[in-house]
Design a binder for this molecule. Structure first.
Ligand code: PLP
Length: 449
C-alpha cells in the first residue's frame, strides 16, 4: 500500500451550494475523461503533456454561431481563420461544415489549397503578400483584401501583366469605441485613407472592387463595437454605390469575438460576462438591417471569427512534476506544460481541473511550468486540492492560438490528438523529438568530426 500524501489541516466553511462572495461555487468534478475518453488512457498512449481537440465541441460551437447569425441575417458565410489553429485536421472540419478559408500569409494560403479549398473561397488578408503570393491568388480568383497602398500599386501592375481583373476588397480600420484602436492594418476611414484607396482601385480599371473588410481587434468584450463597425462599413458601401454605381457583394466583419475564457484580472468568470454569439449577431445584423440597403441589395455578411469557435474544443493534459513551498509560504505546483505551449496563459486565467478524484481540502496554488524562467506561470493563484507527483491536471479552453504560437524551447512540442465525433482518438500532429530538430540543423564539416 502506498503512503498517503500529507495534507495540512485547515478549518473550512462548509460548501452549501450557494454562490460565494465572487458569485462562484467551486467545481468539484474531476476531469477524468474528455469526450468519454479516460485522460489516463490518452496520456498512456500519447504522452504528457498532450493537446486534445474535441470534434464534437467544434461542431456544436460552430452550429451555435451559425444559428445566431443565419436566424438574424439572410446571407452569411464563415471563413476559418487559419492562424487561430491551422492544424490541417481542424481546418478540414471547418471546411466540411461549410467555412471558407481566411489566411494571412503565403504559407497559410498554400495550406488552404492543400486542404482542398477552392481558390475562390480563400480570403487573403494580412500586410505581407509577396509578388508570387499575389500572382497565385489572382490566378486562383481568390478574394484579396488590400492592406496598404504599396500592395494596391503592385496589384495594378500585376493585373495588367496577367490580363486578369482580380477581385479585391480593402481592409478598413475605424473608430468603434475600442481603444487602443487597431489602426496599423488597412486604411483608416475617418482620415480619408479608405476613400483614397477606393478611388484608386475603381479609377485604375484593373480590379473589381467586391467588398469591404474590417477586423477591429480580438477578444472584444463589447458587442456594440461590432454594431458601430457594421454601420460604418454599410454607409461606406452605400456611398460607393452612389458614387460609382458599384454594388459590393459582401461586407466582412472579421473576427475578434470573445471565447468563454476568463481574462486575467476579471472579477467574474468569462462564461458569465463575455458576450455570446447572439449578442454579436444581434449588434451586427441590426446595424445592417437599419442601414440603407434594400432587401435585394443586402450584401453577403462574412465572418472570420477564430478563437470563439475553437477555444473550448481544446484541452491540454499535463502531469505534476512536484510541489514546493515558496518563500511566501504559499504552495506551488510544477507541471510539465509551460508558457512555451500555453501562450494564452499570459492573457487568461485558464480553468484547470485535476484529472483524478480529490479531497475537499483546497489551497491557493501557484501553477508553474517546467521552464527555467520566472515568467513561466500557468495560473498565479488558483484554489486547488493537493496534487502529487504524477497526478494529471487538465487545462481547459486552450484551442485557440496555442497550437500556432507555441515555441520549441528547452523541451519538445507535444503530440496533438483529435477525438472524433464518433469517439475515436486520432493523432493529428506527432510529438517532436531530437530528430525533428536535428533535421533542420546543419553542422559545418569542420565541426562534425
Ligand atoms: C486573427 C484574425 C482573425 C481571427 O481573430 P479572432 O480574434 O481569433 O476571432 C480574423 N481576421 C483577421 C484578419 C485576423 O487577423
Amino acid at each position: 500500500m502506498s503512503k498517503k500524501s500529507y495534507e495540512r489541516p485547515l478549518i473550512r466553511k462548509l460548501e452549501t451550494g450557494m454562490p460565494g462572495k465572487f458569485g462562484l461555487r467551486n467545481d468539484l468534478t474531476p476531469a477524468t475523461h474528455i469526450d468519454n475518453i479516460p485522460v489516463a488512457e490518452l496520456v498512456e498512449n500519447f504522452g504528457s503533456p498532450l493537446f486534445v481537440i474535441s470534434e464534437q465541441t467544434i461542431v456544436q460551437t460552430f452550429n451555435k454561431a451559425k444559428r445566431a447569425f443565419t436566424t438574424r441575417y439572410p446571407r452569411v458565410q464563415f471563413a476559418w481563420s487559419y492562424k487561430t489553429n491551422y492544424m490541417d485536421a481542424v481546418c478540414r472540419i471547418f471546411h466540411r461544415e461549410g467555412s471558407w478559408a481566411e489566411v494571412v500569409s503565403g504559407f497559410e494560403y498554400e495550406k488552404a489549397l492543400r486542404n482542398g479549398v477552392d481558390g475562390k473561397k480563400i480570403i487573403f488578408n494580412g500586410p505581407e503578400k509577396s509578388r508570387e503570393d499575389l500572382t497565385k491568388a489572382i490566378r486562383n480568383d481568390s478574394l484579396i483584401h488590400i492592406d496598404h497602398l504599396d500592395e494596391l500599386y503592385e496589384l495594378v501592375e500585376l493585373s495588367g501583366e496577367l490580363g486578369i481583373k482580380p477581385r479585391v476588397a480593402i481592409r478598413v480600420n475605424m473608430d468603434t469605441g475600442i481603444y487602443p484602436q487597431w489602426d496599423r492594418f488597412g486604411f483608416n476611414l475617418e482620415n480619408g485613407q479608405a476613400w483614397d484607396a477606393i478611388n484608386k482601385i475603381v479609377h485604375s480599371g484593373k480590379m473589381e472592387l467586391t467588398g469591404l473588410h474590417c477586423h477591429i481587434g480580438t477578444f472584444i468584450l463589447s458587442a456594440g463595437a461590432y454594431g458601430i463597425a457594421a454601420s460604418k462599413l454599410a454607409l461606406l458601401a452605400i456611398d460607393i454605390r452612389n458614387k460609382f454605381n458599384i454594388n459590393l457583394k459582401y461586407l466582412d466583419l472579421g473576427g475578434g469575438f470573445a471565447s468563454r475564457n476568463t481574462l486575467k484580472g476579471s472579477y467574474l468568470p468569462g462564461p458569465d460576462i463575455n458576450p455570446g454569439f447572439e449578442d454579436y449577431a444581434e449588434a451586427i445584423s441590426s446595424s445592417l438591417h437599419n442601414s440603407g440597403f434594400s432587401t435585394e441589395e443586402l450584401p453577403l455578411l462574412i465572418l472570420e471569427t477564430g478563437r470563439a469557435l475553437i477555444d473550448e474544443a481544446g484541452y491540454m493534459i499535463s502531469t505534476v512534476i512536484g510541489n514546493k513551498r515558496l518563500a511566501s509560504g504559499s504552495r506551488s505546483t510544477i507541471i510539465d506544460a509551460g508558457v512555451n505551449l500555453l501562450f494564452t496563459s499570459f492573457w487568461y486565467d485558464h480553468k484547470v481541473m485535476p484529472a483524478q478524484p480529490f479531497s475537499l481540502y483546497r489551497e491557493e496554488t501557484l501553477i508553474c511550468g517546467p521552464l527555467c524562467m520566472n515568467i513561466d506561470i500557468i495560473r498565479n493563484s488558483v484554489s486547488l486540492p493537493m496534487l502529487k507527483k504524477g497526478d494529471r491536471l487538465v487545462i481547459f479552453n486552450t484551442g485557440a492560438y496555442n497550437m500556432t504560437q507555441w515555441m520549441q524551447f528547452i523541451t519538445m512540442r507535444p503530440a496533438i490528438v483529435l477525438i472524433s465525433s464518433e469517439g475515436t482518438v486520432n493523432l493529428i500532429r506527432r510529438k517532436e523529438d531530437n530528430d525533428t530538430l536535428a533535421n533542420q540543423e546543419v553542422v559545418p564539416a569542420y565541426l562534425s568530426k
